[in-house]
Ligand binder design. Structure first.
Ligand code: NIG
Ligand code: FE
Length: 411
């Protein structure tokens, strides 16, 4: 018999999120946190083979234990899944933030060639090594908060050479599992006169990205002044045909039809989803598409928060993420995101935990591998030095003392 199992013990509360996973992230309540008191789990080749009470390790598995690790943990929780970030960028937009506070709007700044285009200039000017150094530091900050899966979008280069450069940076980041998303359709660069001209160019770029396997997903910003539903349709259709999964930045600043399109084409996620009417809310809630709420961006943009409460009450699945980027959400704090979800969107604590674990995994279509601690899934977890109930309470409070991905310690 091969002894190749590692037993993890010393866990006051093992938060599995198994109930939330069983309910597919919908209508979760307190019991769905799947808390096991005095818990333990067994890992083989980076995957969980058993979870349960420390006193109840099955006899046949006990014989195969090679190593036992006492985590001395108040709690062990699933590694967080950060499903929406614009991780790779250079420079900052602190000066524009000051302008916005003095009354200039985000759209006015964008219209005069600032905003996303300000960051575009900095990203084009930065070398791959410089971008990687910045991105790696940021990825480490996420890992220190217990993040084990991290989505990253391009969209600050808006030309072939530097979008590819950004995608290559995604592949070089170490630590968390990176989900790479091509968001060339983020804004219209100065080289193109109309959104459609630029989309035509992006259409020619997609096969190259597919061939080099630089991204798993394609995203598009559907919004007045950016890209329309009509032009997004053929673009996303081609992306699909090339094997990409598709997601949409939808209905952030105005009701532009992005959410309905996401539902219609069965996109894994519709992100932002703020300006929804009752019909759009119901359609989204009843679909397989995950709504991704980004409340830190809403705080910075001083806009409304998405109707998460309504979406959840209608049986929808709501994920939470930082939307970390230098413009609308210059923060990496999961603690702030969870707190805003509770305060401003009236999400319950189990809904917040589900939003940052199982539902976020659904948004990335990785729910079979991550998002809960159950046999067969990756041994991705965070060790807490405090009760898990103390998270998403004080702003900036991150009592994560260890982070593990596939049975390997990252932090
Ligand atoms: O998700 N909505 C578009 N994109 C970003 C903002 C990017 C930026 O301002 O740099 C967002 O909020
Ligand atoms: Fe975003």
């Amino acid at each position: 018999m091969t002894q190749n199992l590692t037993l993890f013990t010393g866990i006051k509360e093992l938060v599995t999120m198994a109930g939330a996973a069983a309910k597919d992230g919908r209508r979760v309540s307190d019991d769905d946190m799947g808390v096991i008191k005095n818990g333990a789990f067994l890992v083989e080749k980076g995957r969980l083979v058993w979870t349960g009470r420390e006193s109840a390790v099955p006899r046949d598995l006990k014989k195969r234990i090679k190593k036992t690790l006492d985590l001395k943990a108040e709690a062990v929780v699933p590694g967080f899944v950060e499903c929406h970030t614009h991780l790779v960028f250079a420079g900052d937009r602190a000066a524009e933030f000051e302008e916005r506070n003095r009354g200039v709007t985000y759209q006015e700044i964008a219209a005069r060639g600032g905003g996303i285009l300000t960051t575009m200039k900095a990203v084009r000017a930065a070398s791959k090594a410089q971008l990687l150094k910045l991105a790696q530091k940021r990825a480490d900050v996420f890992v220190q908060q217990g993040v084990t899966t991290l989505e990253a979008k391009t969209g600050y280069a808006l030309n072939e050479k530097d979008e590819i450069k950004t995608l290559q940076v995604h592949k070089l980041i170490e630590g968390p599992r990176i989900v790479s998303t091509f968001l060339g359709a983020h804004a219209i660069p100065p080289e193109f006169k109309t959104p459609d001209e630029y989309l035509k160019f992006l259409t020619s770029l997609l096969p190259k990205i597919a061939k080099q396997k630089l991204a798993e997903r394609v995203d598009i910003f559907i919004e007045k002044g950016f890209f329309s539903v009509e032009s997004a349709k053929p673009f996303l259709k081609l992306a699909r045909e090339l094997g990409f999964e598709v997601v949409i930045h939808a209905d952030q600043l105005s009701l532009s039809g992005g959410t309905d399109l996401a539902v219609e084409i069965g996109a894994h996620s519709a992100d932002h989803v703020i300006q929804l009417d009752e019909t759009a809310i119901r359609r989204l809630a009843q679909s397989s598409t995950t709504a991704v709420a980004l409340p830190a961006a809403d705080l910075y943009m001083r806009c409304a928060y998405p109707p998460s409460r309504k979406l959840l009450d209608e049986g929808g699945r709501v994920a939470l993420a930082t939307d970390f980027n230098p413009g609308s959400s210059p923060t990496q704090s999961l603690s702030l995101v969870g707190l805003l979800a509770r305060l401003e969107m009236k999400m319950t604590l189990p809904e917040v935990w589900t939003g940052l674990t199982y539902s976020a995994a659904c948004a990335l279509n990785l729910q079979k591998d991550v998002g809960s601690l159950e046999p067969g899934k990756c041994a991705d977890f965070a060790v807490l030095s405090e009760d898990w109930r103390s998270l998403f309470y004080s702003i900036g409070h991150h009592p994560v003392v260890q982070t593990w991905r596939e049975g390997r310690r990252l932090f």
